[in-house]
Design a protein around this ligand. Structure first.
Ligand code: BV8
Ligand code: ZN
Length: 241
């Protein structure tokens, strides 16, 4: 039973999504794979140390994910978020931890990809990120300008998130104040700083909702409402879109 969501004309909605929102599209979640990939902890592979230790292995990890992500499509949960954005306009903001590009493909525009983009590559030294759907299984690609290594444009464990992203989210929370309705959807709330957004939302008096098929206890305890279920069916019903 989904409690009716009551949005007023002044409600401002901030949504944080995690791997769970792409699960129904067929993208495996981190918790689903037990946090492991080919027997290694994802935190090790997705890190600057991991890239320095074995850049070919890390490019293999992201090349396989590029192949996987290219074969999947947005699900009704992604579409519901794009429709809610259409309805609310600048009273809506979506921060995603996902790098699979599915929110943009479903039409989301007021979107902050706080952990980077799987289909973007950048030079370690000089270049701005560029759209790149290529896979690199044989050797580590080099920058044509300065010959430094090319890397996925992903925020790895131990790396800073883009300060511009964080301040955009912080400003949204501050200006919303008590009008804020915060949703975390399909995330286990283990990775910071994203896992701390709910605390910032509570600070300003916002109402906090968690949507998850199997919410993690510790994270759920920080929310006013917990809706247990798959985002693909919960979000369209909850948002009435
Ligand atoms: C930072 C890109 C520091 C990679 C990702 C030691 C050393 C260094 C840092 C740290 C450290 N200890 C702690 C830290 C901080 C660290 C952190 O939080 N670590 C955790 C593990 C404790 N954070 C960082 O490193 C961040 N940077 O802190 O910088 C710093 C400070 C100053 C100066 C310099 C540096 C950077 C974090 C970003 C890491 N990059 N992604 C890639 O994707 O390859 S994180 C990656 O894992 C994802 O992006 C995502 O964020 C995270 C996985 O989390 P979820 O999305 O929640 O997925 P999960 O599988 O866990 O959960 C899915 C949920 O969905 C489940 O609850 C499930 O029940 C639910 N679900 C499933 N199906 C459905 C569903 N729900 C609804 N419907 C369904 N159908
Ligand atoms: Zn370069």
């Amino acid at each position: 039973m989904i409690p009716p969501l009551h949005l007023t004309g002044s409600s401002k909605v901030l949504v944080l999504t995690g791997a769970g929102v792409s699960a129904e599209s067929g993208v495996p979640t981190f918790r689903g794979i037990g946090g492991l990939w080919e027997g290694r902890r994802v935190e090790e592979v997705a890190s600057p140390e991991g890239f320095d230790a074995d850049p070919k292995l890390v490019w293999r990890f992201y090349s396989l994910r590029r192949e996987g992500a290219a074969k999947v499509a947005p699900n009704p949960g992604h579409h519901a978020l794009a429709r809610l954005e259409e309805r609310l306009g600048d009273r809506f903001l979506l921060a995603t931890q996902n790098v699979d590009g599915l929110h943009a493909r479903s039409g989301s525009r007021r979107l902050v990809a706080i952990h980077g983009e799987l289909f973007e590559t950048r030079c370690e030294a000089c270049s701005k990120p560029f759209h790149d759907e290529q896979t690199y299984f044989d050797d580590v690609p080099r920058c044509p300008t300065c010959a430094a290594r090319l890397r996925p444009n992903i925020v790895w464990f131990g790396e800073m998130l883009d300060p511009a992203h964080l301040s955009r989210i912080g400003r949204f929370i501050e200006t919303a104040g008590r009008d804020l309705v915060f949703f975390a959807v399909g995330t286990s709330g283990q990775v910071y700083p994203a896992a701390g957004f709910v605390d910032a939302a509570r600070e300003v008096g916002g109402q906090c909702w968690l949507v998850d098929v199997d919410p993690s206890e510790a994270y759920a305890a920080r929310f006013d409402h917990v809706v247990r279920g798959p985002s693909g069916s919960v979000l369209p019903a909850l948002f009435g879109v």
